[in-house]
Design a protein around this ligand. Structure first.
Ligand SMILES: Nc1nc2c(ncn2[C@@H]2O[C@H](COP(=O)(O)OP(=O)(O)OP(=O)(O)O)[C@@H](O)[C@H]2O)c(=O)[nH]1
Ligand SMILES: [Mg+2]
Length: 355
């Protein structure tokens, strides 16, 4: 029991103090009066002293309840895991050996378990009879999940395309690769804009590429300058304008807010959200959610050369249906980039599958 002493001028005040401090369950253990103050026995005041206590049973109970709840949650999780593994075993038992191999392979590639199962079920339904049939059915299913890649298609149109993404995913390098491709392979008039004015080196980095490819570059500091460039100074002069942006952490609301303001006037035809494939799946999900603020049209995947698993090519589909535009697989400008051809992506995913 928690016991405390309260002093007040009246019993009522003392009890009020007790209740306020110990709550309605408090009990009075002792009361007494005493005199205080005054001079030579005059002007003294009579005070009331109350000793009250409250059972600490409640907090102990609360702790016990919390412990019990925690145990229940742990037990529930255990049952769920057991059920999952039992279901898994049953699921596997009913499958032919080659399908089990494929299922395991997809799991090793980091494909979400539910997604692997879904794919195996679809495969099983198609009832392939030979090994070749099995592989081509699997490829067809994966193709459907991954979807056709959609690079930048000009078809006589002039386009403004912006690239956004987390810090260091390869935005600037990818823009240089694309600029070189459109200038050298397609003979287009290309111009670069950078809004990445936070790091001095960032402008310099793009400037170096623009010098090598021999195309103009503009640096803009705010949305007004961007609007002026796109609406007046550069309007109609280039087949393709590529916009680089400052990398922002997906938690950086300031940078994301700035991006949103930059893009608000519908001056941009396509926004590509760049994702590095060496980032963990659950973080990809967060990044896609955070960057949805700038309404990306396509996803561009970088650093495939650094990834050792390719399950995310499918996992990303679970939370985002935007088409893949390009993939990059190295630091070399301009070579290490390809349109996100669905067959190439399927090969990345099941290239060394042997059933
Ligand atoms: N291995 C590999 N490295 C790449 C690839 N693309 C870019 N990089 C490297 O990744 C690093 C960062 O590239 P940047 O292009 O500066 O990335 P960014 O997104 O512009 O970075 P910030 O502007 O700082 O946000 C550089 O060292 C690039 O060479 C790729 O496909 N594979
Ligand atoms: Mg950059």
């Amino acid at each position: 029991m928690k016991v405390k002493k309260y002093v007040a001028e009246t019993m009522q005040d003392a009890i009020f103090k007790v209740k306020a401090d110990l709550g309605p369950d408090a009990i009075i253990l002792n009361t007494s009066k005493f005199k205080t103050g005054g001079f030579l026995g005059l002007f003294t005041r009579t005070m009331v002293e109350v000793v009250a206590g409250v059972e600490e049973k409640n907090t102990e109970n609360e702790q016990q309840n919390n412990l019990a709840l925690q145990e229940i949650v742990e037990l529930k999780n255990m049952v769920y895991e057991m059920h999952k593994s039992w279901e898994n075993d049953r699921f596997l038992q009913e499958l032919p050996e080659e399908m089990i191999e494929i299922y395991k392979y997809l799991n090793e590639q980091g494909v979400y378990n539910t997604l692997s199962k879904e794919i195996i079920k679809l495969l099983d339904k198609r009832n392939p009879e030979t090994r070749d049939e099995l592989l081509s059915c699997l490829k067809l299913i994966l193709r459907e999940y991954i979807g056709e890649g959609q690079g930048i298609v000009l078809n006589g149109q002039k386009k403004v395309v912006a690239f956004v993404g987390a810090t260091g995913v390869g935005k600037t390098t990818t823009i240089a690769k694309l600029a070189a491709h459109f200038v050298l392979d397609e003979g287009r008039k290309v111009c670069l804009i950078t809004t990445d004015t936070y790091r001095i080196a960032a402008v310099q980095q793009l400037q170096t590429y623009s010098d090598i490819i021999n195309i103009p570059i503009h640096v803009v500091y705010n949305e007004k300058e961007l609007e002026k460039l796109l609406n007046f100074d550069l309007k109609g002069k280039y087949d393709l304008i590529l916009i680089d942006t400052a990398g922002s952490s997906w938690n950086d609301r300031f940078q994301l807010g700035r991006l949103k303001r930059l893009f608000k006037d519908n001056l941009i035809d396509e926004v590509h959200l760049i994702l590095s494939l060496n980032t963990k799946s659950h973080i990809q999900k967060e990044i896609i959610e955070k960057f949805s603020i700038v309404k990306p049209d396509k996803l561009l995947l970088t650093k495939l050369d650094e990834a050792n698993k390719f399950g995310d090519l499918l996992n990303i589909r679970n939370f985002c249906k935007l088409p893949y535009s390009y993939i990059t697989m190295g630091q070399n400008v301009p070579d290490d980039i390809k349109t996100a051809d669905v067959d190439i992506l399927v090969d990345y995913l099941i290239g060394d599958l042997d059933v």
